[in-house]
Write a protein that binds this ligand. Structure first.
Ligand code: DGL
Length: 264
């Protein structure tokens, strides 16, 4: 049996990375854990996020994954180094790829980062962007209401528009040409967010760049799948199977996804 790529997130947000993985690398088997029962991670302490993230990585390690994608910015911000010290498989986070994607998109170097309270407080995006481009200017905005909207499955409804408008109000007077969706849940709110930004602002997420990193690592480590047919992903959630299944079906367009419950 082919070893899978493990993907983790606090909930359904990492599915935005899985979507790109399946587009670009359809033959790669994927096993996913969403810690929906303890989502959101954004308001939690770094210690808690580290503990929960290591728990998910340990569970996947027992499933013999060949690589881990930390498809959660909040977890990447505080736990990536610890994960790399703890596990021997290659581990890829989403912040460095997200920073790269933003710099590629930006002409003026004036970049807004939308993220969770944890990600914003960690300063990880500002650091990653400035490391790549010291003159870039970065404005970070925490959007704590966004993840609960996505987890509740209401991301397509009109009723959430007001909350999104209010949260993004501080951007009205700001000069910037690029906004990073610095939380993997936010691409599910893309259209709502776009409606609140000027037309000339480019919205980027880390998913595509992250998948490029995955592909490069699979090649350089000789880990690419040898399957000659598309692989079927397997999803685990610590929360409600049916709610998770509904979002997988909608976002990944899989009619009957394999979703199981897991205790960490
Ligand atoms: N999807 C996550 C992120 O990228 C976590 C959101 C949360 O649990 O607060 O930050």
């Amino acid at each position: 049996m082919e070893a899978p790529i493990g993907v983790i997130d606090s909930g359904v947000g990492g599915l935005t990375v899985v979507k790109e993985l399946r587009n670009r690398l359809p033959h790669e088997p994927i096993v996913y854990i969403g810690d929906d029962a303890r989502c959101p991670y954004g308001p939690r302490s770094a210690e808690e996020v580290i503990q929960f993230t290591v728990e998910m990585a340990s569970a996947l390690s027992k499933m013999d994954i060949k690589m881990l994608v930390v498809a959660c910015n909040t977890a990447t911000a505080v736990a990536l180094d610890i994960l790399k010290e703890t596990f021997s498989f290659p581990i890829i986070g989403v912040i460095e790829p997200g920073a790269r994607a933003a710099l590629q998109a930006s002409v003026t170097g004036e970049i807004v980062v939308l993220g969770t309270v944890g990600t914003v407080n960690s300063g990880a995006y500002s650091q990653a962007i400035r490391l790549l481009s010291p003159r870039a200017s970065v404005f970070q905005l925490a959007c704590p209401e966004f993840v609960p909207i996505v987890e509740s499955g209401k991301y397509k409804t009109e009723e959430v528009g007001g909350t999104i408008q209010q949260t993004l109000q501080p951007l009205q007077e700001l000069k910037f040409d690029t906004a990073i969706l610095g939380c993997t849940h936010y691409p599910l709110l893309h259209d709502h967010i776009k409606a609140q930004l000027r037309n000339d602002v480019t919205i980027v997420s880390s998913a595509i760049e992250t998948v490029h990193d995955v592909e490069r690592t699979l090649m350089s480590e000789g880990l690419a799948s040898l399957l000659d047919h598309p692989a079927t992903p397997v999803f685990y959630t610590t929360g409600e199977v049916h709610e998770f299944q509904a979002i997988v079906s909608d976002w990944l367009e899989i009619s009957e996804p394999i979703v199981k419950q897991i205790k960490l």
